[in-house]
Design a protein around this ligand. Structure first.
Ligand code: NDP
Length: 478
């Protein structure tokens, strides 16, 4: 028997979006010289006009951050810094619904995820780092070191508020000041966060937000007044930034792409595994750097897993991201949709078998049905390149050694999953996998206390946990 879900849309009345925004520099709103549209990817409705940051805007923000670092923030005790972070965390919780609805409107992700994952985890990052601010000597970091000073932070569009929290919270806890640029398609929650900084009474210039495009990001990475760059985004732009920063004294952390292997051994609990596979690739429309985008199945159970996976995928509800029943929302932009279409067409052309459940996609906006490709080999582009969409490439293996070889045969090394009932299997496989984060019998679990980062082309450095703190202190590499 099939149950029909009645529509359960979240009200957007809690959110007030201005028709136009400027930059947040030195605690004030500064008009932009030109603007671009920010649209709702689920409807293509223009939500607001966002300022395009110039080199002069970035320069003003860096000067404000330097002034704040020298005159106020670096002079505060850890205990005082912690009070501000606690205050920010509490305000984020108080305004959680507003943040969640705004994130869903701007990004296209389901309200269920922005409400239950992005916003609570963002507040949790501020709480966690607030706790460390006056206890750095117990964090295993070298406390004779000092903060870098002014940190330039560039973030992507897949988790706009959460990536801001991952970057701003540890920077402030360790005594740095910040110039942050959100992604072009998702600036609105960063601008709401600027209001939270005002509400928390954060000293002027400690957090500066300059909106814009790649040229604004480039003005940040090349600015001589910035001491450290923290970047999350594509490997391609990460390489450009590494080149720009190499001849300077700037410190650099990069959190880049991935092509996570989700390995299922023959003894795995299949029903739970199927849920984990779905969460691994279809969470946030697959716009997840650590997504389990390569499913590596032991041959003995491959048919059973695929049959159950298809049955489960038929139940995935695609549509209005504001509807509380929706599982899979809109693709973040027309550009990203074109990239997914191009890579999946390459999958067809190279001979992999495509399957999607029957689902009706909305007429307006950017949409892609949940999709799996079977018969994928290591040579296929869909096995090697980051698709960053709701598309799963399925490969098979006979021996554990073959599973590991396939999993590690990638330029990336961000995440992996292992599904097995045997602890010995899990320990053996996790010792042989070359990935920064490995989940066992679960996937896509995040915690501010847990360091996150990759090997190889997935980046340098760790974010979160004690290891993430040391990245914001000079020469502290413990
Ligand atoms: P980018 O790497 O281009 O964007 C990440 C951030 O960097 C954005 O704020 C972007 O600004 C900014 N940026 C762009 N060019 C420069 C530059 N030259 N110097 C400094 N900053 C810059 O990712 P895209 O949004 O273009 O996505 C492209 C692909 O990258 C996706 O299809 C996906 O495969 C992958 N990706 C991976 C992510 C991850 O976490 N692993 C996150 C996002 C994307 P703006 O948005 O204004 O261009």
């Amino acid at each position: 028997m099939n149950f029909e879900y009645a529509a359960a849309p979240e009200s957007r009345s809690v959110v007030k979006i201005d028709p136009e925004y400027g930059h947040f520099i030195n605690g004030k709103w500064i008009n932009g010289s030109s603007h671009f549209n920010s649209i709702n990817p689920a409807t293509e409705e223009v939500l607001s006009r966002i300022a395009l940051g110039t080199a002069a805007d970035v320069d003003a923000a860096v000067k404000a951050a330097r002034n704040a670092f020298d005159k106020s923030w670096s002079k505060l005790s850890g205990r005082e810094r912690g009070k501000y972070l606690f205050r920010i965390a509490r305000i984020m919780q108080e305004r959680a619904r507003e943040f969640a609805v705004l994130e869903t409107l701007d990004n296209g992700k389901p309200i269920r995820e922005s409400r239950d994952v992005d916003v609570p985890l963002s507040a949790a990052h501020f709480f966690y780092h607030a706790g460390w601010a006056d206890k750095l000597e117990y964090a295993g970091v070298d406390t004779t070191t000092t903060p870098h000073g002014v940190v330039g932070q560039i973030i992507p569009w897949n988790f706009p508020l959460l990536m801001l929290a991952w970057k701003v919270a540890p920077a402030l806890a360790t005594g740095n000041t910040v110039v942050l640029k959100p992604a072009e398609t998702t600036s609105l929650t960063a601008l709401l966060f600027a209001q939270v900084c005002q509400q928390a009474g954060l000293p002027d210039g400690v957090v500066n937000i300059v909106t814009g495009d790649g040229s604004t990001g480039s003005a940040i990475t090349s600015h001589p007044g910035i001491d450290k760059i923290a970047f999350t985004g594509s490997t391609e732009v990460g390489k450009l930034i590494a080149r720009a920063v190499a001849p300077t004294n700037k410190s650099l952390t990069l959190e880049l792409g991935g092509k996570g292997a989700n390995i299922v051994f023959g003894d795995a609990a299949i029903d739970e595994t199927v849920e984990g596979i779905v969460n691994g690739i279809f969470f946030n429309q697959g716009h997840v750097c650590c997504a389990g985008s390569r499913l590596i199945l032991q041959e003995s159970i491959a048919d059973e897993v695929l049959e159950k996976l298809k049955r489960r995928m038929e139940k995935i509800r695609v549509g209005d991201p504001l509807d509380k029943n929706t599982d899979l929302g809109a693709i973040n932009s027309g550009e990203q949709l074109a990239k997914i279409q191009e890579l999946t067409a390459a999958g067809d052309a190279e001979g992999a078998g495509r399957w999607s459940p029957n689902c009706t996609l909305p007429d307006k906006g950017f949409w892609f049905a949940p999709t799996i490709f079977t018969g994928v080999t290591q040579a296929h582009r869909i096995a090697r390149e980051e698709i960053f969409g709701p598309v799963l490439s399925v490969l098979t293996f006979r021996t554990p050694a073959e599973a590991i070889e396939k999993a590690n045969n990638t330029p990336f090394g961000l995440s992996a999953g292992i599904w097995s009932e045997k602890g010995s299997n899990i320990l053996w496989a996790s010792q042989h996998l070359r990935a920064g984060v490995i989940w066992a019998n679960t996937f896509n679990k995040f915690d501010p206390a847990s360091p996150f980062g990759g090997y190889k082309e997935s980046g340098w450095g760790r974010e979160g946990g004690r290891h993430g703190l040391s990245a914001y202190l000079k020469g502290s590499a413990k």
